[in-house]
Write a protein that binds this ligand. Structure first.
Ligand SMILES: [Zn+2]
Length: 441
């Protein structure tokens, strides 16, 4: 049992949004009591929040852990890329082909640690390591369990590297999904990952759907990140991406699609009808110069839009700030984005985790996971129930997260990781990353 006292609680629960001085009790990983004042009994580990602002742990809807190993590397900029497909060929597919199971695990460690430091307690990751596909999701899960973070993992299947690797990726997804069902599913679950339409032949897609038919898991796939994906689909199959996915039965309520930037109104209707979630990745989209999805338009259409960082950063609070200014900038309208922008992180990512992992997270109320972050934030303007979202959006940053608790367990306390030796992992990670860089020609 863990009892948090003296907390200014931003619950993100609309029915009880702010408790100025309150407590939270977590038992067996779940919030069993939350209220104002002091609890009637002080039980278990007592954590004094010392009047800090306390919020639910954040959720990252779309990430790529292996991208951690691109940081500072020379191969990221040693070739000229004319377009997004060439970015994949010149950067990401060179890196993912060099990965071994050891580097998959260490890149996952560092991404999960970076996530913790930025207050992220649940991550949906989309993984590729074509020459180390078998066992890759299991290796990442070991890292997640060591860190104590929640994860929803998938292997991004494609047939860009031939049939044997395609089949290995399909098997990895199915094996991992089934493994998670029996092994602490509230901490780790699996989805069926697919890279993107333009790297998946019809035969490959059909093999994926057939293999996933018995798991019940949703799909996690990149869609129309770049307009070439849409062109490729129309040229090869005579239909748009949304129609291709619909015809294969991939659009389900627990399916998530990354980006969806170039979607027609008809496709958006299909996504709404199928009740899928679209995941916006603003910094990645800007960095890859692939264009911008109009979040406001999608939300007005009634589509659930969540947010991810897509390997660009693990700081989701930074991404939500960028999403806000990017939307206003592209719309040339200062009035757009409220509440659509905060809803992506605080409502829709919560719904994604509920649908893909079967847990209630991203909210502080009875029955929700005991995932809590403390913010080192002293406002110099009034903060109350009606305006705290503006303080989160404009004032709080990932680096202000001082303490992270997941399932009642303290992972980081006063900016220090206390649950494991993060410095030893960082040192080993530098060795492993160097070995991978040396392989990339
Ligand atoms: Zn992605």
């Amino acid at each position: 049992m863990t009892t948090i006292v003296n907390a200014k609680i931003l619950t993100l629960d609309d029915s009880n949004p702010y408790i100025d001085n309150g407590y939270i009790i977590i038992d067996n990983g779940v919030i069993v009591d939350i209220g104002s004042g002091s609890p009637s009994k002080m039980e278990g580990e007592i954590i004094d929040a010392k009047n800090k602002y306390v919020m639910p742990g954040l959720i990252n809807g779309h990430h790529h852990a292996y991208s951690s190993f691109a940081r500072g590397s020379m191969f990221v900029a040693d070739k000229y890329s004319n377009n997004f497909v060439e970015v994949l060929e010149n950067v990401w597919w060179r890196l993912d082909k060099a990965l071994t199971l050891e580097s998959v695990k260490y890149s996952a460690y560092v991404m999960f640690i970076e996530s913790i430091r930025n207050g992220v307690t649940t991550v949906l990751d989309h993984h590729a390591s074509p020459y180390a596909a078998a066992g890759s999701l299991f290796a990442m899960r070991e890292a997640a369990d060591d860190v104590g973070i929640r994860s929803c993992l998938c292997y991004e299947v494609s047939d860009r590297d031939g049939d044997a690797i395609l089949k290995e990726g399909i098997k990895e997804n199915v094996d991992y999904i089934n493994h998670c069902k029996k092994n602490n599913p509230e901490y780790g679950s699996g989805m069926f990952g697919m890279h993107a339409s333009f790297t998946l032949s019809q035969k490959a897609m059909e093999e994926c759907v057939s293999a996933n038919s018995s798991t019940g898991a949703g799909y996690h796939v990149h869609v129309a990140e770049d307009i070439r994906d849409q062109y490729d689909c129309m040229k090869k199959y005579g239909k748009r991406l949304g129609q291709r996915l619909f015809d294969l039965g991939i659009l389900k309520p627990n399916t998530v699609i990354g980006h969806g930037t170039y979607s027609s109104d008809h496709e958006l209707e299909m996504y709404k009808e199928a009740d899928i979630t679209m995941l916006h990745n603003p910094e990645s989209n800007m960095g890859n110069a692939v264009g911008v999805v109009n979040v406001n338009y999608l939300a007005k259409k009634g589509i659930r839009v969540g947010i991810g960082t897509d390997g660009y950063t693990s700081d989701i609070l930074e991404s939500i700030k960028v999403a806000n200014v990017l939307l206003k900038h592209t719309a040339v309208d200062v009035n757009v984005g409220w509440p659509e922008i905060p809803d992506m992180l605080y409502k829709n990512n919560r719904e994604v985790v509920n649908r893909t992992m079967g847990i209630k997270a991203g909210i502080l109320e009875k029955g929700a996971m005991g995932d809590i972050i403390f913010m080192n934030y002293t406002p110099f303007t009034p903060l109350h129930a009606d305006n705290y979202m503006a303080h989160i959006l404009f004032g709080m940053t990932g680096r202000a997260v001082s303490t992270v608790i997941i399932g009642g367990k303290v992972i980081m306390k006063d900016f220090e990781i206390v649950a494991f030796d993060d410095k030893e992992i960082a040192a080993k990670s530098r060795e492993v990353a160097q070995k991978i860089w040396d392989k990339i020609k």
